[in-house]
Design a protein around this ligand. Sequence first.
Ligand SMILES: [Zn+2]
Length: 133
Amino acid sequence: MSDDKPPIDPDADPYWAGVAAGELRYRRCKSCGAAIFFPRSICPKCGAPDPVWAVSSGTGIVYACTTVHRAPHAFADRVPYTIVLVDLEEGFRMMGGVIANGRGDDDISVGDRVIVTFKDGPEGRPVPYFEPA
Ligand SMILES: [Zn+2]
């Protein structure tokens, strides 16, 4: 490899292409209708293959949040920072960082409405973050 970025799962290429284009992509099962995140090639609910790709609105409700004070090495220069679990409108839950938009990270609470945005992560490629909607 010519750089030190971790490899990306080829099955997730459409997801990362979406992130690069400013879209939050997920998969939806053609058999049972389940929203699937992190995208996988087999539905974790019913086992059907080849769920279709879809684009999320990126809006959702904070299900849980925590502020990290002792971080893994790659995030050590960012402490303290807040991460959230968000229930997206399309019916899946995902984790992301928080951009507080002038609010303190601690002002993000369970039940807050948020929207996804993208900013460079520690590996230098964009990753999903959430900000107040
Ligand atoms: Zn299914």
